[in-house]
Design a protein around this ligand. Structure first.
Ligand code: NAD
Ligand code: SF4
Length: 461
């Protein structure tokens, strides 16, 4: 068993803040263990603060949402209308379903009180008396662990009526999801929580911070984001912001899967580790006699990057000059990955070596998105299904070069024309794989597979 302590790990690029107790020797998820380690001290501190002061610290910390979009958490909290008279809700999004992402599950399984403490502090800051943890159906054990942790916290008055004698009341409920990827989209999640089919809402105008659950102001934050809040209260926003790099502060958990020697989860300071350091130093490099080929750096919705690409980062060089970097020098942060045409997303780093055929990768992604489209809007429902049908033909060796062009055209017709971000999530991987591996895909097609138009005979006459 590896023993971890908080902070920078000796001889490693890891920095353990949120994962301090994950895989820790003699650690268990009970409240007694958590209290022995100083648990709920940050809640006690928060209860002595003004709610607005907590939001201010979260803003100062620069924390950006760890669910995928990287939206500033403190700013989101300030979107609750100032003259609001309706109840405010907090929802913890524990529907972790982005392919390649497996961090929230470990927090819940091994350190559930960290989440409960972060949630109670966040509820106090935003004025929510009711909070929900929306947990995916496929995490049955995690749901039981959370229910037990909430009961333990309630017995010690960290949750419930008059928390620690502060006069603040809060209840937390665990709600099991409906086993669909779209339930993780925050407005689909809200619809599902309301007992309806998880059809995402159009936003704007319905941003949940103003009009969310039961049309009341609702803050939806990811598990990891809510855990960070307790550390921000302890450290103070300015101190927390010293971790990571400018505009990309704190730590984040990267989940590495695929073709590396040592896949797994790694908590790092945001932007302080490059792609090379992550994949070679931390993950042990490629498997024997293999070479890295491509990486999807932020969950399946992020655009694929080739390992032999290079990029220009605008204004990132000395004295604001442009900086040319190779794929291997990309810092693992929100802004750098966006500048390289992809995104940091949910932190799921999917690695492919030279054994992976891109037509197979494309088809694998298309199969997932075609299955998970909620079907509410036509470009996504029809487009994701047709993209899968075309990539089925490519992997079966039945496609013609024209099919690649059709596939590309379908993807571009989905992009930007749908109700929720799922549309882009399904079309971006296709656009990027075709743009970067066109020759490889074309090599899997046969010109003689070109279909004869139905009316060819009539035309000939
Ligand atoms: P988004 O950019 O639309 O929104 C991000 C957050 O900011 C939301 O909470 C939204 O309500 C809020 N927001 C944005 N603009 C606002 C405004 N003007 N006023 C009020 N609030 C505002 O992104 P999204 O659709 O929430 O998330 C997309 C990301 O989710 C993808 O990038 C993907 O990486 C990720 N994702 C993660 C998982 C997972 O398992 N963790 C699953 C699927 C997708
Ligand atoms: Fe549903 Fe897709 Fe439309 Fe999102 S984009 S609402 S998943 S059909």
């Amino acid at each position: 068993m590896i023993t971890y302590k908080a902070g920078k790990q000796p001889d490693s690029r890891e920095y353990r803040l949120i994962f301090k107790n994950v895989d820790r020797e003699s650690w268990d998820p009970s409240i007694d263990c958590y209290l022995r380690d100083g648990g709920y001290e940050d809640l006690k501190k928060a209860m002595g603060m003004e709610p607005k002061a907590i939001t201010e610290e979260v803003k100062k910390s620069g924390l950006r949402g760890r669910g995928g979009a990287g939206f500033p958490t403190g700013l989101k909290w300030t979107f609750i209308p100032p003259n609001n008279t309706k109840p405010v809700y907090l929802i913890c999004n524990c529907d972790e379903s982005e392919p390649g992402t497996f961090k929230d599950r470990y927090i819940v399984h091994q350190d559930p009180h960290q989440l409960v403490e972060g949630m109670v502090i966040s509820c106090f800051a935003v004025g929510a008396k009711v909070a929900y943890i929306y947990i995916r159906e496929e995490f049955p054990e995690a749901a039981l662990i959370l229910e037990n942790a909430i009961a333990e916290a309630k017995a010690k008055n960290f949750v419930g009526t008059n928390v620690l004698g502060s006069g603040f009341d809060v209840e937390i409920y665990v709600h099991r999801g409906a086993a669909a990827y779209i339930c993780g989209e925050e407005t689909g999640l809200i619809e599902s929580l309301e007992g309806k089919r998880a059809y995402p809402r159009i936003k704007p105008p319905y941003f949940p911070a103003a009009l969310g659950l039961y049309m009341c102001p609702t803050i939806v934050n990811n598990v990891e984001s809510l855990c960070h809040v307790k550390h921000i209260v302890r450290m103070g926003g300015d101190e927390y912001a010293k971790l990571g790099v400018k505009n990309n502060t704190g730590t984040r958990i990267l989940c590495v899967s695929g073709d590396v020697k040592k896949p797994g989860y790694f908590e790092v300071e945001v932007g302080k580790v490059t792609m090379r350091e992550l994949l070679y130093d931390m993950c042990g490099g490629p498997k024997d006699r293999r070479e890295f080929k491509a990486v999807i750096p932020g969950g399946s919705s992020a655009k694929i990057l080739r390992c032999d690409e290079s990029f220009t980062l605008k204004g990132k060089g000395p004295e604001g000059a442009d900086l040319k970097i190779s794929f291997w020098d990309i810092p693992m942060d929100f802004d750098s990955l966006a500048a390289c045409g992809s995104m940091a997303g949910s932190g799921g780093v999917i690695v492919m070596d030279d054994t992976r055929k891109m037509s197979w990768v494309l088809n694998n992604l298309n199969t997932f998105y075609a299955h998970e489209s909620c079907g509410q809007c036509t470009p996504c429902r029809e487009g994701s299904m047709w993209m899968k049908k075309i990539s089925d033909r490519i992997v079966a060796g039945e496609a013609s070069p024209k099919d690649i062009a059709t596939l590309e055209s379908v993807a571009y017709q989905i992009d930007g024309r749908t109700i929720c971000a799922f549309g882009e999530a399904s079309s971006w991987p296709v656009e990027a794989i075709i743009a970067k591996f066109r020759d490889e895909l074309l090599a899997d097609t046969k010109p003689e597979n070109e279909e004869v138009p139905h009316n060819a005979e009539a035309q000939a006459q």
